[in-house]
Design a protein around this ligand. Structure first.
Ligand code: ADP
Ligand code: ZN
Length: 291
């Protein structure tokens, strides 16, 4: 069976065709412009590829309430032209195949669970720290949706007493994304995150915020494993600093073997940047199975 996979991001659309065993046969990337420019290209690609089902892992926020009239819409994104956009409906009616649909990070956590570091894990998280911050949560073997989908990048954090920066988020300022995503690093320090590599202070503060968020997730969800990805995690010195901060901020309250082996508990993805597209493929497989 030829299954289509779409990782729909705010800057690029990754399209692929794969098989049920997770093999990617081909892929193509299109820039994310306005929907009237980008959608015909994606649709043309999948039509030509002859896919029998499609999985789409999409930037959000999304309406994922199956009882809602606007299920499958991108809702309040600031991305021009994509507000209130019925992407799931448009893909389904153009391709006439079953279309599985979820958020980008839910796709990534599915990809990690099927092919990556969360294989065999029942409750875990995939967190991306890039232009934005988001997390997909696997809870008792299923992707957690709840009311719509978690927005784990927007949990409020306490500012470090020596950090005068107020945060970038237009809704909350001092949320995780507002204090620690790539654009917050750039605004706080006046340079792009990639150019701040050798400055200890930068990465210690970054680890302080990431550590605070992870300590909250550990307390709330009791994940068995946490996988970190996204551009900011390319910073080599960051992961060991995060381990130190998480240990410190949990304050010895949790005493499991994982706390003694944080390097095996909070890990970088083994899939490079492929967890999203592999998760989309998985969504496509699930859609094909439920028809
Ligand atoms: P997106 O979140 O848009 O999908 P990425 O996950 O690639 O994209 O994240 C982009 C962000 O990561 C940018 O803010 C960029 O400054 C930051 N970034 C990229 N490379 C590095 C690096 N080596 N160190 C720190 N930050 C980086
Ligand atoms: Zn926020």
């Amino acid at each position: 069976m030829r299954i289509g996979a779409l990782e729909a991001g705010g800057t690029k659309m990754v399209c692929a065709v794969g098989r049920e065993d997770g093999t990617i046969l081909e892929r193509k990337v299109f820039p994310t412009l306005r929907p009237e420019q980008t959608m015909p290209e994606l649709i043309g690609y999948f039509q030509q590829a002859g896919v029998e089902a499609l999985g789409a892992a999409c930037f959000g926020p999304l309406d994922l309430d199956k009882t809602s009239d606007t299920y499958g819409y991108i809702t309040s994104t600031p991305k021009a032209g994509w507000q209130d956009y019925p992407i799931w409906h448009i893909l389904r009616s153009a391709l006439q195949v079953p279309v599985g649909f979820d958020t980008d990070v839910n796709g990534s956590v599915l990809g990690e669970a099927a092919y990556g570091a969360l294989r065999g894990v029942e409750t875990g998280m995939y967190i991306t720290i890039g232009t934005g911050i988001g997390a997909g949560i696997l809870a008792n073997g299923r992707v957690l949706h709840g009311m719509q989908h978690p927005e784990a990048g927007h949990i409020l954090l306490s500012c470090h007493p020596q950090d005068p920066y107020e945060g970038t988020c237009v809704c909350h300022k001092n949320c995780f994304e507002g204090l620690a995503a790539g654009p917050a690093l750039e605004k706080r320090w006046g340079k792009r995150a990639e150019e701040l590599a050798d400055i200890d202070e930068v990465w210690e503060l970054e680890a302080y915020y990431i550590g605070q968020a992870l300590a909250d997730y550990v307390m709330l969800l009791s994940p068995q494993k946490i996988v970190l990805g996204g551009g900011v995690m390319h910073q080599e010195t960051l992961l060991p600093r995060i381990h130190r901060q998480v240990r410190e901020q949990l304050g010895g309250y949790i005493r499991t073997w994982q706390m003694e082996h944080l390097e095996q508990y909070i890990v970088r993805s083994e899939l490079g940047e492929d967890q999203g597209i592999l998760g989309a493929l998985k969504l496509g497989q699930e859609a094909a199975r439920t028809v």
